[in-house]
Ligand binder design. Structure first.
Ligand SMILES: [Zn+2]
Length: 602
C-alpha cells in the first residue's frame, strides 16, 4: 500500500496533531515548571482565575490550585513561587514593525518614556559627544511633545546647541522631522534641494532644517534611508537587544506589519538567520509589504509564488517565525498617512481602485491573508468597495483586516463585520491625540477609534502599538490608553463609556491579537494545551491606579517554557546576559531603550 504525496503529508500532520494532544495530558509525566502562589489571570472563560499552573514541553498542562499542580511535581520539576504576583498570558502586539526596528535599534536614541524635553536634550548632548565622526544621533519617533513637562517640540536651535558638530535627525512620528546644522551639512541640503512631493524643507536661520510632511512622510523615509547602516555583527547585536527589550515588558508575540523602507527579502535576512538559530525570543508572524509605488503587483506575484506561508522557520519553536500574508501597505495609492498636523491626503480614486483590485485579486487567489493600513473613514470606504467586489468574485473566505481605523464610521464597522474582517487598533492617538483634537475637534477625537463600538460589534479585534516610529513599543502605554482614554500627555480623549475595562484591554492584547496570525486557538490564554507564554508583572495590573499602568513591567517573561527575561526578584532565573550592545557607542549600551521614570517601578 502506498500513500499519495498529499495524503502522506496529511497523515504526518494528523499524527503531529495527535502527539500534541497526547503530550497535553496531565498524566503524562512530571512538569518542567510549576508556578505557585500566583494571581493568575488566565483569560480562559472556563477558569478565569487560578493560583498555579504547570508547564511541560513548552505548553501549559495544568492550571488550578497549588495543591492540584503539586501532583505534577517530579524530581526535576522547577518551582517558581510568584509571591502573590499577578501573572498574565504573554502580550501580543498585533501591529508592530518589529523586524524593521531590529535593523536600527542599537543606533537609535529612544526618547520613549522620557518625561522632560530638558532630559531628552541632555541625553542627546551626551550621545553626540560619544558618537564617532561619520555617524549620527538619531531619535526616530516613539515620543510625543506632550509627554514632556514642557509640552512642546524641540527647536532646531536646541539641537544645534546640544550637538554642535555631530549630525542629528529627530523624527516626531511621521509628522515632522528636525535636522541640526551638522545634519543639513552632512546631507548637503541647500535652498535648491528639492523635497519629495507632498513635503518640504524649511531651512532655519543659524543652520539646520525642519522637515515638513504635508502630508507625505516621504521626506522622513528618505532622510532615514540616507543614514549609515550597521555592520552584520552590529545588526545581530541590535536584533537581540531589541527583542530583549520587548520581553522586558512581557511581550512574547508580535504580528509584524512590514514597513516603509523595509524590503523583502534583503532586509529580513539578518533576523531570519537568527530565528533559524532559535535566537529570536518572540513569536513573529510577518506580513510582507511591497516598496515601489505603482509596481507593487510585481512583488506580490513573485512572493505568492516563492514565499511559503505558515512554515515555522525557527526550529523547535511552534509559530516562532512565520510568513503570514501581505500588508499593511498593499499599494502606495491607498496609503493615507496619519499626519494630524496636516489635512488628510487626497488619494487618486482611479489608481487606488485599479491597483488595489489587481493586488487583492492576486493575493486572495493564492489564499494569502491580507492586512491594510487605513486611517480615515473615506479611505476605509474605498478599500471596502474594492475588497467587497474581489472577495465576492473570488469567493474569498480567508483572514483579512484593517489596521488603525481611527476614523471608522458605524456603517463601515458593520461592513467589515459582514465581510468577515478584523480590525487591529493601536495607541497612535496617545501620541498625536492633541493634534487630532486641534484639527478635527474634541467630539471627533472622542470616537477615534470607537473602542467600545468596535468591541460590541463582535468583529475580531487586536491591540498593539504601531511602534516604533508613530508610537512607543511599550505595550503598557497602549493598555493605559485603552483603559484611561488618555494620551501619554494626560489629555482625555474618550468619555468613560467609550473606554475599555482592564480585562477587555488585556484580552485584546493577548488572545485578541492572536486571531491576526490565525493563532487564537493556541496562544493568548493560560490554559492546558496553550503555548506556555506568560509574564509575571512588577505590579498588579488590576489594582494599581490607572496612572501606574504605564509603569508596569515584567519581572519574569517566559516564552514556550523558556525564560527570556528576568528581573528582581527572579533574576536568578535569567539566562546568560546579552553581550553589551554594539557598536560600543550605541545609545542602547548607555541608556537602554524605554526610559522608566526613576522610582516608579514596583
Ligand atoms: Zn499603518
Amino acid at each position: 500500500m502506498h500513500f499519495s504525496k498529499a495524503l502522506t503529508r496529511h497523515a504526518t500532520k494528523l499524527f503531529a496533531a495527535m502527539a500534541i494532544v497526547v503530550g497535553m495530558s496531565a498524566q503524562d509525566g512530571p512538569a518542567d515548571w510549576i508556578v505557585t502562589n500566583a494571581k493568575v489571570v488566565t483569560l480562559d472563560e472556563r477558569r478565569p482565575a487560578a493560583s498555579s499552573f504547570a508547564v511541560r514541553n513548552g505548553r501549559f498542562v495544568s492550571v488550578g490550585s497549588d495543591a492540584a499542580t503539586a501532583a505534577l511535581r517530579g524530581p526535576k520539576t522547577r518551582t517558581i513561587n510568584a509571591r502573590g504576583r499577578t501573572v498574565i498570558p504573554g502580550l501580543n502586539d498585533s501591529h508592530l514593525h518589529a523586524v524593521r526596528e531590529g535593523r536600527f535599534y542599537n543606533l537609535e536614541l529612544r526618547w520613549d518614556g522620557v518625561t522632560s524635553l530638558q532630559q531628552a536634550l541632555t541625553m542627546l548632548r551626551e550621545q553626540a559627544a560619544r558618537t564617532p565622526r561619520g555617524h549620527w544621533v538619531r531619535v526616530v519617533g516613539g515620543w510625543s511633545p506632550y509627554q514632556f513637562t514642557e509640552r512642546r517640540l524641540p527647536t532646531v536651535e536646541e539641537l544645534n546647541d546640544a550637538a554642535p558638530d555631530t549630525p542629528v535627525l529627530v523624527l516626531f512620528l511621521y509628522s515632522r522631522g528636525f535636522l541640526n546644522r551638522a545634519g543639513v551639512d552632512a546631507m548637503n541640503i541647500t535652498p535648491e534641494t528639492k523635497a519629495p512631493t507632498g513635503s518640504r524643507f524649511e531651512l532655519v536661520r543659524g543652520g539646520g532644517a525642519v522637515l515638513h510632511c504635508e502630508p507625505s512622510p516621504a521626506i522622513l523615509y528618505q532622510s532615514v534611508a540616507k543614514l549609515p547602516p550597521m555592520s552584520t555583527e552590529e545588526q545581530a547585536s541590535s536584533i537581540l537587544h531589541w527583542y530583549r527589550e520587548l520581553n522586558r515588558f512581557g511581550l512574547t508575540s508580535a504580528v509584524d506589519a512590514g514597513g516603509g523602507g523595509h524590503a523583502y527579502p534583503d532586509d529580513y535576512a539578518a533576523g531570519e538567520a537568527l530565528a533559524r538559530q532559535n535566537k529570536v525570543n518572540l513569536r513573529l508572524s510577518m506580513y510582507l509589504f511591497a516598496q515601489k509605488a505603482d509596481v507593487e503587483l510585481q512583488d506580490y506575484q513573485k512572493w505568492t509564488n516563492d514565499v511559503k506561508l505558515d512554515v515555522d522557520l525557527a526550529p523547535g519553536r511552534p509559530h516562532g517565525y512565520v510568513y503570514e500574508g501581505a500588508g499593511e501597505n498593499l499599494v502606495a495609492a491607498v496609503a493615507d498617512f496619519e499626519n494630524f498636523l496636516a489635512d488628510s491626503p487626497a488619494l487618486s480614486d482611479e489608481k487606488l481602485r485599479s491597483q488595489l483590485k489587481a493586488v487583492t485579486t492576486q493575493l486572495v487567489r493564492n489564499g494569502w491573508p491580507i492586512r491594510i493600513h487605513a486611517t480615515y473613514d473615506a479611505t476605509i470606504t474605498k478599500v471596502l468597495d474594492v475588497f467587497e467586489e474581489v472577495f465576492k468574485a473570488e469567493n474569498f473566505r480567508g483572514r483579512w483586516f484593517i489596521d488603525h481605523a481611527e476614523g471608522i464610521s458605524d456603517q463601515n464597522l458593520q461592513r467589515v463585520k459582514r465581510l468577515g474582517g478584523g480590525i487591529a487598533i493601536q495607541n497612535r492617538m496617545a501620541f498625536s491625540g492633541e493634534y487630532y483634537v486641534e484639527r478635527y475637534g474634541k467630539e471627533a477625537a472622542g470616537s477615534a477609534p470607537p473602542l467600545r463600538k468596535m468591541l460590541a460589534s463582535g468583529v475580531p479585534l487586536g491591540a498593539g502599538t504601531d511602534a516604533t516610529r508613530v508610537s512607543s513599543f511599550n505595550p503598557w502605554l497602549s493598555l493605559y490608553w485603552m483603559v484611561s482614554g488618555k494620551t501619554v500627555g494626560g489629555t482625555e480623549l474618550y468619555a468613560k463609556d467609550d473606554r475599555l475595562t482592564r480585562e477587555q484591554a488585556l484580552r485584546l492584547f493577548t488572545v485578541g491579537s492572536a486571531w491576526f496570525s490565525g493563532d487564537e486557538q493556541v496562544k493568548g490564554r493560560i490554559a492546558p494545551g496553550q503555548l506556555a507564554d506568560f509574564a509575571i508583572l512588577s505590579a498588579d495590573y488590576f489594582s494599581v491606579s490607572e496612572e501606574q499602568i504605564k509603569n508596569i513591567e515584567s519581572v519574569l517573561t517566559v516564552l514556550g517554557g523558556e525564560v527570556v527575561y528576568a528581573a528582581a526578584p527572579f533574576q536568578a532565573l535569567a539566562g546568560p546576559p546579552l553581550p553589551s550592545a554594539l557598536p560600543a557607542w550605541s545609545p542602547v549600551a548607555h541608556f537602554g531603550g524605554y526610559q522608566t521614570a526613576p522610582g516608579s517601578k514596583r
